[in-house]
Ligand binder design. Structure first.
Ligand SMILES: NC(=O)c1ccc[n+]([C@@H]2O[C@H](COP(=O)([O-])OP(=O)(O)OC[C@H]3O[C@@H](n4cnc5c(N)ncnc54)[C@H](O)[C@@H]3O)[C@@H](O)[C@H]2O)c1
Length: 283
């Protein structure tokens, strides 16, 4: 049974995971490499609880109690008695591998080691440990307190027990889980969004329809909250190109081959909202 949780990385995702875990009653140790990063992370959690209180969705007492359940530390050793560790550090295999090597040394034998990676194969992360059966993907979505999905990913050697513990935790913090049974590039969610996004760009590139009309088709025809081109602008044109290219490299499936337009936009620096221009002007 999962009671004590350690979250490694106090950024956007790690802070959000710590927030929902503490709110659900788990004792949480939140670890980052510097006191500044921890203060930023905890500050974001505090601010988010305050908004929920303001909107009447959380009482002040419950917010205070949840905040009191989060302990911050720069010492990874604090994960020693955690039942479940969720890693949410930078999306780089070398950085994650270093964290998992350490966790393997520090954590108790029956701990479950989860990664919030959006794209790195769980099997590659698990392979640096002596307990690959205990390593599982828990892919939460941003903003974590609001988004209801958690994509659970089985690595090549992930045990049923590790997957069950990850599910217990994700459901415990109010998420609905889907299970990715094979550790494929892009899991399920990035596969789906990449296929739709590449097709939307191809339709635009070949002059079949305007960006506005492609997005309107998905919003009004399919009930999507956002159209695929708007989504690319929000996520980052470079991030989407990278995600699709990684899947293409792994699968050689042409539907993930990035259209020339997407590649040229990245080369030109039109990366979406963050640079003020993508498929649409921003700001
Ligand atoms: N941002 C998103 O929308 C999103 C969505 C789903 C999944 N993810 C995945 O979640 C993970 C984290 O993403 P993020 O957006 O929160 O990143 P972020 O940059 O906001 O935060 C990463 C944090 O990790 C910390 N860190 C780096 N090395 C560390 C170490 N060795 N020990 C402890 N902390 C360390 C950094 O100081 C930083 O605070 C990535 O794998 C990312 O792909 C992100």
């Amino acid at each position: 049974m999962v009671q004590r949780v350690a979250v490694v990385g106090a950024g956007l995702m790690g802070g959000g995971i710590a927030q929902v875990a503490a709110q659900a009653g788990y004792d949480v140790v939140l670890r980052d490499v510097t006191p500044d990063a921890l203060e930023r992370g905890l500050g974001a959690v505090r601010g988010s609880y305050a908004k929920f209180v303001e909107k009447g969705r959380l009482s002040q007492d419950d917010a205070d109690a949840a905040l009191a359940r989060i302990t911050t530390t720069t010492e990874l050793d604090a994960a020693a008695d955690a039942d479940l560790v969720v890693e949410a550090v930078f999306e780089k295999l070398e950085v994650k591998a270093e964290v998992f090597r350490e966790l393997d040394r520090i954590c108790k034998d029956d701990a479950v080691l989860a990664s919030n990676t959006s794209a790195i194969p769980i099997t590659s992360i698990a392979a640096v440990t002596r307990r690959p059966e205990s390593v599982v993907g828990t892919h939460f979505f941003s903003p974590v307190p609001l988004m209801k999905l958690c994509e659970l990913v089985r690595g090549y050697k992930t045990s049923d027990a590790a997957l069950a513990a990850a599910r217990e935790f994700a459901e415990g913090v109010g998420k609905t889980c889907i299970v990715v049974n094979r550790d494929v590039a892009g899991f399920v969610t990035t596969r789906l969004i990449s296929a739709l996004a590449m097709e939307a760009v191809a339709l635009l590139e070949s002059g079949v329809a305007s960006a506005e009309d492609i997005d309107t088709a998905c919003r009004l025809g399919f009930g999507h909250a956002m159209g695929p081109l708007e989504t690319i602008d929000l996520t980052g044109v470079d991030i989407m190109l990278n995600a699709a290219t990684n899947i293409y490299t792994d699968t050689q499936d042409e539907k993930f081959a990035a259209p020339e337009l997407l590649r040229r936009m990245v080369a030109a620096g039109d990366l979406g909202r963050k640079t003020g221009r993508g498929f649409y002007p921003h700001g």
